[in-house]
Design a protein around this ligand. Structure first.
Ligand code: SF4
Ligand code: SF4
Length: 71
């Protein structure tokens, strides 16, 4: 049987597609920092930033951001 498509695997090998925070939309509320299971998000000058080396592309942060700033 053919292997199922796994976005996490693709992320690990190609670094794309990756999760990205749009700084223009981020209000710095900090919700995404709290929910990331991999501590991949940090605050920089009041804006949330994702560390691509730590992010596993699970998209949990995308679902919780009240501003829709994470894509
Ligand atoms: S949840 Fe959204 S608005 Fe809040 S800090 Fe994270 S990216 Fe910014
Ligand atoms: S996609 Fe998952 S691992 Fe990456 S920053 Fe968001 S919650 Fe953290």
């Amino acid at each position: 049987m053919e292997k199922q498509y796994d976005v996490r695997e693709q992320h690990t090998h190609t670094r794309a597609p990756y999760t990205y925070i749009q700084p223009m939309l981020c209000t710095g509320c900090g919700v995404c920092l709290e929910v990331c299971p991999f501590q991949a998000i940090r605050m920089e000058e009041g804006k949330a930033v994702i560390d691509k080396e730590l992010c596993k592309n699970c998209k949990i942060c995308v679902r919780v951001c009240p501003e829709g700033a994470i894509m």
